[in-house]
Design a protein around this ligand. Structure first.
Ligand code: BYC
Length: 327
């Protein structure tokens, strides 16, 4: 692994040679014992860099991920669904808050993270660069993207970096409500009129390829998995999460007599899911700014940042907005 033959930038492990070998060995022994690493503990610079990268990308994914579903709040069918979707989207933004705070404990400021997002320097989950054409697209996100997120996050909540794990525990509890809401909305369409069934089937067809890539590239081409597993930041590889997701959710999709657009998808005799290998070159393009909606997503985030500037300024300097009462 370590990027050998990978289309992704390999991790530069030679950085570890600059670390104090005794401290490095003790750090790795702590991780092996299952201890949590806390912000003030000694850690190799590469661990700090990797954990910031991962938590920051996760935070950006939550905040950008609020957009494709957010556009459906005003058009959600019925008041009950509007309320539920509004609450879900609000939760996602709250998850970003928790995660930005967790990343800040490692020394990168929230302002810098925001700048890196809106300038296109930082990544966020590929799936949010696809459009939500219909209400059904939004229900597929709420069910299956949230399901995928839970699989990944439940594993990593047992990981080594204390603040990230604690944030993930809280996030998973909320995501489990999202999952139920999403499942309910999908079942409603799948058991509805022929038009509703057609809508949900078409949304599944559109979303299946992005969902398959949500867990990251195949282990054999992943750049960071090996070092992150060694340091227990990731507690399952990308392929392990993908397999667990397929095992839990493909049967649920099939139960609804819906189909998935992959003729090779099946569980083999060894219990492993086989599938058509996702197009990792296309994935790379999407995560590097060339997906259908990248520009639009970042433009919305940039606008929010600009329009909110006065609020942040007022919060930081409350005296600037204080109006003296009339005598
Ligand atoms: N999208 O070496 P790899 C949610 C990048 S939001 C974009 O395997 P790693 C929700 C990767 O960064 C929850 N980029 O990476 C919100 C790397 O590029 P760099 C989102 C991806 O870190 C609102 C390169 O590809 N969940 O649920 O070992 C509404 C090579 O990859 C992706 C998280 O963020 C991707 N999918 O593993 C609804 C979980 N995959 O940095 C729902 C936290 C890979 O070298 N993150 N890349 O330029 C992780 O668990 C890991 O970072 C990943 C990737 C499994 C995603």
């Amino acid at each position: 692994m370590y990027g050998g033959g990978s289309i992704f930038e390999p991790v530069k492990l030679d950085e570890l040679a600059h670390e104090d070998p005794v401290k490095l060995a003790e750090f790795e022994a702590r991780i092996q014992r299952g201890e949590k690493i806390e912000p003030d503990d000694w850690m190799p610079a590469l661990y700090r860099k990797q954990v910031i990268r991962m938590i920051e990308q996760h935070a950006h994914s939550e905040i950008i991920g609020a957009l494709p579903e957010g556009t459906w709040i005003t058009r959600a069918p019925g008041f009950r669904r509007k309320m539920a979707l509004l609450a879900k989207v609000q939760d996602e933004v709250g998850h970003a808050q928790l995660l930005y705070s967790a990343a800040e404990t490692l020394g990168k400021t929230r302002e810098q993270m925001t700048l890196d997002l809106i300038s296109g320097k930082s990544k966020y989950s590929n799936v949010f660069n696809y459009p939500t054409f219909t209400w059904a697209d939004s229900t597929v996100i709420s069910w299956l993207i949230d399901a995928g997120a839970i699989v990944n996050q439940m594993a990593n909540a047992r990981g080594s970096y204390g603040p990230y794990c604690r944030a993930l525990e809280r996030i998973c509890a909320e995501e489990s409500f999202h999952l139920k809401y999403g499942h309910d909305a999908v079942v409603y369409l799948a058991t509805g009129s022929s038009k509703q069934r057609q809508m949900i089937q078409e949304a599944l067809n559109r979303w299946w390829p992005p969902i398959m890539t949500f867990f990251g590239p195949a282990d054999k081409i992943s750049a960071h998995t090996e070092i992150l597993m060694r340091w227990k930041v990731k507690m399952a590889t990308n392929d392990e999460c993908r397999q667990q997701f397929l095992d839990m959710y493909v049967p649920k999709v099939w139960e609804l007599t819906l189909t998935l657009p992959d003729p090779l998808l099946r569980k083999n005799e060894a219990g492993t899911w086989e599938y058509t290998e996702p197009d990792w070159e296309e994935f790379k393009q999407v995560i590097n700014g060339k997906g259908t909606c990248n520009k639009e997503r970042l433009a919305v985030r940039r606008m929010a940042e600009e329009k909110g500037a006065w609020v942040r300024e007022a919060l930081l300097k409350p005296e600037a907005t204080y109006v003296k009462p009339l005598a």
